[in-house]
Structure formats: C-alpha cells, structure tokens
Ligand binder design. Structure first.
Ligand code: DGJ
Length: 692
C-alpha cells in the first residue's frame, strides 16, 4: 500500500510504494535534502539514513548536497531548479519550513523564503509504483521566474552511470540511446513549443550494468507538451541527478502578487528489475493514472493519407471505405485536405468547412456511407495552425505568433496561431465543438506540423507566458471537447510522433507514432516508444510495399506482424492491393482482433528480436528478423512472466510447452525463409489438472 509519513524527531519524509521508498529530510538550515530513492525502507531505517555532510564548508567543495529543488541562494554551485529574481534584484530562495499536509498519498511541504514574502510548495504524490512531483509558487511581491522546474531527482552513488533517452527526428522518432553519462551537465530539451521529435521528455539512469530483466534503473518522465528541459548532472565527485520542467533557457515569466504558479508533473520510477521492469511500471502508470479511457480496446483504423495525400475526394474516400470495411476496419479516418481551399500544403489551413469542390454536399454523404459500412468516422484537424493563404489569416493576421518588425517565418507554408490569446482559443474550441457535434465525428487526429518561431504576442505584458499558456489552452480545449462529447476519441500527432508525452496522453487515446511506416524502421521506433508508452497508445499502420518513404520492399505479413505490436491500422492504397493481398489483410486483421486484448491490455516484455504480451492465461509473441547473412544462428526467444510450473499450448500448432522451458532455453520461432521473416505465436496456459 502506498504511504506517506513524517518522522518529526529526524525531520524525515518517507514515501513508500509496494516496491520503492523515497526519502528526504530537512537539514539544520531547513533545506529539503535528498536521502534515498530505491528499495523499500522502514521509517526507522529512513530516519537513520546518513545526512549529507555540513553543506558548503569551502567554495571549492563540489556543488553541495543533493537537494529536492536546488536554488541560487548562498554557496550553491549546481544546476538550479528554481531561479527567481526579486524586485530588489536579489536572487535565490533560502528555505524556511512552514509545515506540511498529507492527503491520501499526496504530500505538500510548504516553505517560505527567509527574506522575501515568497512561498514554494513541494508536491509529492504516490500513484502505484510511480512518484509524481511538481511545485507551486506564490508571492506577495512581483517576481521574475527564470527557471522553474517541477522537481530535482538524485540517484545513489554508483561506480558508473549510464543515461538512456530517446532522440531522433521526423520519421525517425524514439531512437533509444544508451550512453555513458559524461561528467558535467547533459541537457535534453525542446525549444520548439512542442514536445518534439528530437528528444522525448523522459530519461533513465543505471549503473551501466542493468539489462532488460536485471539491475537497478531510475527513470523520470515529464507530463508536458510544450518546450521543456531536463539537465542531468554528473559531478566530478561522483554523484548524479537531474532537474527538469517546462520551458527552455532564456524564457522568463512574471509572477504577480496573488497569482499561483503550478508546474506540470515530473514523475519518477525506481525499478529493481531492469529496463523491462521500468517500462512495465510506466505502462501501468499510463494505464492506471494518465489515460482517459485506458481499458477500451483501440479500434482498427483506416487512414488514406499515404494512399491519396492531399488528393482527397468524396469518391476516393468512399471507394477506400468499402475496401477498408471488408478488411475488418472499425474506424475510418479522413486525413488532411477535406476543408477550405486546401488542395496542397500552401493554402486553406484555418478554414474549417468542407471543401465545396471536393464535398459539394458537405461531409454527410461520406459519413453516412462510412457508418453504413459499420465503421466509426474520424477527421484530421490541425487547429493550432494557419496558412497565410486562408480566409482566416486574411481576417486575423494578428492571431499568429509574431514579433513587430520581424519576418513571420513559414515552415510547411504555415504559421502558428497564438492559443495563449483567449479569443483565438475560443474560436478554435467553437469550430471543433460544432464540427464534432454536427457531424457526429467519433475521432479527431489532432496534428501540429511546425515549431514555434518569432514567438511573440505584441502588447502582452509577459511575452514568454505564451509558451505555457498555448499548451494549457490546447489541453483545455481537448478536455472540454471530451467532456461535451463523451464518445469522442483523440489521436495526438505532430508530423508523426512529435507530441508524445504524459501530458497529452491525459486527454488523448493514442499517438500517431511516426510518419515512417516502413516496418523495418518501425521496429527501432517502437522499441524506443515502448520504453515508457504502452502498446495500446502506439498507432501503427500497415502500408504499401515498396514503402512510399523508404522504398523498402517487405512482405505483407511482416508489415502486419510489426504493426500488430501496437494499435493496428491500415494506411495503404487498398485500391492497388490485389485480391489476394486484400484477403490476406482481412485474415490478419481478424487475427489481430483475437490477440488485441493481450497486446493492448497485457504485460509487455521486449525480447531479443520480438515482443511478448501476457494477459491472464494468454501469451502472444510477435517475432521478426530483417535481412541476415546466411548462417546467422537463430537463437531461442526467452519468454518472461510465464508460470515455470505451468504448461502452455500453441493455439495454432497444438504443440505443448513447459513454462520453465519457455523461459530457458526459450522458444525457437518457426520463421519462414527469406528477408523480413516474421511470425505470430499464440500460447494459452493449460488449466490445472488438464489431461493434455
Ligand atoms: C503529418 C501527419 O503525421 C501525417 O500522418 C498526415 O496527417 C499529415 N500531417 C497531413 O498533413
């Protein structure tokens, strides 16, 4: 059972999950200092933890003890989590403990600056195996905020440190990097106004000795969909920690008297059982505490973006819908270019009514057709953007992010609407509410295809506030749409997977993982994605071969088996698929529906060349191999999470397996010959006493 306790004698806070303890205490100067993050401790053990040595005895002694939130006051030389400038020019916060409250696993510890009427609340909330942290600020004098992280985290002293994180780019998101952590400061960040393709706001640190199933791992993830920054510090004296939050360097914000400033959650997980254990704790957290509809099976989607691009028409959408329905698709999504004068990427964005040439009778005929075929209907939208060549921009050129006298830099021929302006956010909410309501739209693919530039708001007192307020307005619109249209489901997309984070997942149902649908490339992308995000939110389409992006040729079954590891969709030009391919696709969609609860609701274990899902008595293994040289040995896949004393039947071949042997030596998959071989194996535990 999660618990939060305070030992008054030692002034120690202890937060416990079933597998973790987190301990911090107050030093003689009232500074909240970090004491432990790792295996479970009792209160007595926590109270006996050695306190850091008397701080800052010499200006040449390292950076000072690990703090729960470093500031700039006094002799502190580490990365500050909180940088505040007061009206008299003074900087830093000198902690004075005011007290705390504990409310159902939520600890709030209150502090006040020693000099200024400025208060900081440190929030801690235990949720399952995850510890959520954030802060709140209040001031009776106006202050400038230069950095305001949600939390600082410290790991125990280890003989080495390794950093795992995800990096990449458009069509190459979520590339897992695992590197020796250098002494100094390593910054992971986005300065783009959106989560970004280039870095994802999570990290993991281990001693360099952890594997998928063994070793200690400490991991954190930020619930924020705008600019962000995490600074990881390894000191020359051998300690490691990180601090992170929203915003990037150089932004400043004004906090006025009476205002409350609250940061997003920066959550942390300790796993004693390797990277797989850390991932499963994240998956459980996303499922149990983040997603709005966690238990709902994600539908099989069809989306024609790769098939028709901007050449959307009522006729081609209807033709494709017929084939999609025959293949077993449950949700038909019409992508870009159904609205305004949008026939390419240079015009029409912002004019959210059906293109009269393409849909002369509005959307109703297509939607009726889709519904008649037994599918739900979804639409692509990109509410935060505008093409200069649009009625919206001609009417409201001041609605975009801009700076007086500066160019308005176009990216993909579009500008960013400033949702920090209440009138702009209100406009967006109104048309989205009307669109969803009038047409009974079941699903929105909410896209975002360019970064912020010239992020100004002429006339606003606090220019940089828009970096935060824009994101909050997006969250608020999504929340209101969901509340008003309970059937509505939303997919987060930003030119592929550029907006994947725990903040957006609190109001969406899945993520468009990447514009790269090449199954071979997807294996690495999905591997990185799975480090903290669960399979049920990972949208994965089967598209054409050769792949339109990479020109790689792969078998249909390989494309399916890779996409079946997430929320399966179809995205190819079905009009060009042969009858045999369409029949194979229908059979594989049917097969996916059988395994869908196991994939989407089950436990995930990453295997050497595949992935395993376990749900109740069912086990699904998806295995794949790219091109390999002749003679490359095929090693058995060592399964996890099965009952070593149990027996399992292969549901397709009838073969029987002992659980213990599935784990070691493992299961040798029967992969077909040739490049891009893949297979799906379904096992079911035999009940006790079964005579098989
Ligand atoms: C980027 C998305 O990632 C694609 O799937 C597609 O929706 C295009 N935008 C449409 O412009």
């Amino acid at each position: 059972m999660p618990s939060v306790t305070f030992d008054a004698a030692s002034r120690t806070y202890l937060l416990r999950t079933s597998t973790t303890s987190y301990v911090f205490g107050l030093d003689a100067e009232d500074t909240p200092v970090h004491l432990h993050w790792g295996p479970v401790l009792t209160q007595e053990q926590a109270a006996s933890l050695p306190r850091p040595a008397a701080p800052r005895a010499s200006s040449f002694d390292g950076v000072g003890p690990a703090e729960e939130l470093g500031t700039e006051a006094g002799a502190r030389f580490g990365t500050p989590s909180l940088q505040i400038a007061f009206p008299d020019g003074a900087r830093g916060v000198d902690w004075r403990h005011l007290g705390h409250t504990i409310d159902e696993g939520h600890l709030t510890v209150r502090f006040r600056d020693a000099v200024q009427p400025f208060e900081v609340d440190l929030h801690y909330r235990v949720r399952g195996d995850v510890l959520e942290r954030w802060i709140g600020l209040r001031s009776e004098v106006p202050v400038t905020i230069l950095r305001c992280d949600s939390a600082a985290w410290s790991v125990p002293s280890l003989s080495g440190y390794r950093l795992s994180h995800a990096t990449g780019g458009w069509s190459a998101e979520h590339q897992l990097r695992r590197t020796d952590l250098t002494v100094g400061e390593t910054t992971l960040t986005s300065r783009r106004g959106v989560t970004s393709h280039h870095a994802n706001p999570w990290l993991a640190v281990d001693g360099g000795d952890a594997g998928e199933r063994h070793g200690e791992v400490w991991s954190c993830a930020l619930a924020w969909s705008g600019s962000w920054r995490v600074t990881v510090t390894r000191t020359p004296s051998g300690s490691t920690g990180w601090t992170g939050g929203f915003g990037h360097e150089g932004l400043t914000w004004r906090l006025e008297p009476g205002e409350e400033w609250v940061t997003p959650v920066f959550a942390g997980v300790y796993a004693p059982d390797g990277f797989g254990g850390a991932s499963r704790r994240w998956h459980d957290h996303v499922t149990q505490n983040v997603l709005p509809e966690p238990d709902e099976l994600r539908p099989v989607v069809y989306n024609a973006w790769e098939a028709v691009g901007f050449d959307v028409a009522e006729s081609n959408q209807k033709e494709l819908a017929v084939l999609a329905a025959r293949a077993g698709v449950e949700l038909f999504v019409m992508d870009d270019a159904w609205f305004g004068g949008r026939t390419g990427d240079s015009a029409g964005l912002g004019d959210w009514w059906p293109n009269p040439d393409r849909f002369p009778n509005g959307l109703a005929p297509l939607i009726d057709e889709v519904h008649g075929l037994g599918m739900r209907f979804g639409l692509w939208v990109e509410p935060e953007m505008v093409n200069p060549d649009s009625d919206l921009y001609r009417a409201h050129p001041d609605w975009v992010l801009h700076m007086p006298g500066r160019p308005r830099t176009l990216l993909r021929n579009q500008l960013v609407l400033n949702f920090a302006r209440p009138d702009v956010a209100d406009w967006a909410h109104k048309w989205l509410h009307r669109l969803v309501g009038e047409h009974g739209v079941d699903f929105l693919k909410w896209d975002f295809n360019r970064a912020f530039t010239e992020a100004g708001q002429p006339g606003a007192a606090d220019q940089d506030r828009l970096w935060i307020d824009h994101v909050r307005a997006v969250y608020s619109i999504m929340d209101r749409l969901r509340a008003d249209h309970p059937h509505l489901r939303i997919e987060a997309c930003a030119g592929g997977g550029g907006r994947t984070d725990l903040g957006i997942l609190a109001r969406t149902d899945q993520v468009w993982t990447s514009d790269n649908t090449d199954a071979h490339d997807r294996i690495a992308i999905q591997h990185g994605f799975s480090q903290i995000y669960p399979a049920r939110v990972m949208a994965a389409w089967v598209t054409d071969s050769p792949n339109p992006l990479t020109r790689r040729v792969t078998p249909l079954s390989f494309r399916f088996h890779v996409a079946m590891a997430g929320a399966l969709g179809l995205g190819g030009d079905l009009l060009k698929w042969t009858p045999a391919e369409l029949a194979e696709a229908a059979a594989l969609v049917g097969r996916y529906k059988e395994i869908r609860p196991v994939v989407q609701l089950g436990r995930q274990d990453r295997l050497e060349y595949g992935v395993q899902y376990t749900y109740g008595d069912q086990v699904v293994v998806l295995a794949w191999r790219g091109p390999v040289a002749h003679g490359t040995p095929l090693v058995p896949l060592r399964l996890a999470g099965v009952d070593p004393l149990g027996r399992y039947r292969d549901e397709d071949t009838g073969a029987l397996h002992h659980g213990a042997l599935l784990m070691a030596p493992g299961l040798l998959p029967d992969l077909p010959a040739g490049d891009y071989a893949s297979t799906l194996i379904r096992l079911r535990a035999l009940g006790p006493g079964s005579s098989d």
